[in-house]
Ligand binder design. Structure first.
Ligand SMILES: NC(=O)c1ccc[n+]([C@@H]2O[C@H](COP(=O)([O-])OP(=O)(O)OC[C@H]3O[C@@H](n4cnc5c(N)ncnc54)[C@H](OP(=O)(O)O)[C@@H]3O)[C@@H](O)[C@H]2O)c1
Length: 221
């Protein structure tokens, strides 16, 4: 499969790309810095230079021609202030979805967030803005006619993956290793009949493939 990844140099995007390369798929990611392109090339991950905010929909669509799916795992991550949050986390997914449609790609996986993430911590204004923008992105994606899948992970850690998760329509917000999220997303890519769903995923005890299978079976209409 040819997979276009937005956010490929990030913690989750990189792990997804590494897994796809290992399985013989062809990921290609958008990067903003030449040094990232070099580092990724050393791991056999192909990249193309571009900034999601600066690029037009047409420019994005041109780069995405011929791909089978898009994964959006980018995030402003506190860099660039509220405007970057708005443009990347909020407007980014809808913009990339429009480009995907233009490029003839149907499958779109968005890495989002649990709406109730860290409600108990009384977070600052910047975090609240992040939450609002992530939700706005979801609302825009679900209005498209793409085969979208929204994956809401709980708090991400860099612990080694366990190969096990807890996954479903509504889960308690805890934490999940980026490794396990990446494995879940690559497995979801191979489950094309599961789409137009919002899935919450957190650390758990069920093998990832089995968790996806069970979810799929409960969603058969
Ligand atoms: N952290 C958590 O606990 C948590 C919890 C739930 C969900 N999430 C979501 O999980 C996703 C992945 O998280 P992560 O840890 O992998 O994030 P990350 O390491 O911060 O990676 C984000 C990536 O997005 C890229 N990016 C930012 N602005 C861009 C732009 N204008 N054009 C192109 N690329 C751009 C960054 O590129 P540069 O390297 O050039 O900056 C970076 O590679 C994010 O969507 C985040 O909101 C995170």
């Amino acid at each position: 499969m040819k997979i276009f990844i937005i956010g490929v140099a990030g913690g989750v995007g990189l792990r997804i790309a590494e897994q796809l390369v290992k399985s013989g798929d062809a990921p290609l990611g958008l990067v903003r810095k030449p040094e990232q392109a070099e580092a990724l090339a050393a791991n056999d991950i192909q990249t193309t230079m571009g900034d999601l905010v600066a690029m037009s929909v047409n420019e994005l669509a041109e780069k995405m021609l011929g791909f089978d799916a898009v994964i959006f795992s980018a995030g402003a991550g506190g860099k660039g202030g509220p405007e970057a949050r708005t443009q990347v986390d909020g407007s980014g997914p809808g913009k990339v979805a429009t480009a995907a449609k233009q490029a003839g790609i149907r499958r779109f996986i968005l890495v989002s967030v649990f709406p109730e993430a860290w409600r108990e911590r009384h977070m600052n204004e910047s975090f609240e803005h992040y939450m609002v923008e992530k939700k706005r992105a979801e609302t825009e994606l679900v209005l498209t006619d793409l085969d979208w899948l929204i994956v809401r992970p709980s708090a991400l850690t860099n612990e080694p993956g366990t190969g096990r998760v807890d996954l479903g329509l509504a889960k308690i917000h805890t934490q999940i290793a980026r490794d396990d999220l990446a494995t879940t997303i690559t497995a979801l890519l191979r489950t094309p009949d599961l789409n137009r769903e919002i899935i919450e995923v957190t650390g758990g005890n069920v093998a990832i493939e089995a968790a996806i299978d069970t979810f799929k079976n409960t969603r058969r209409r």
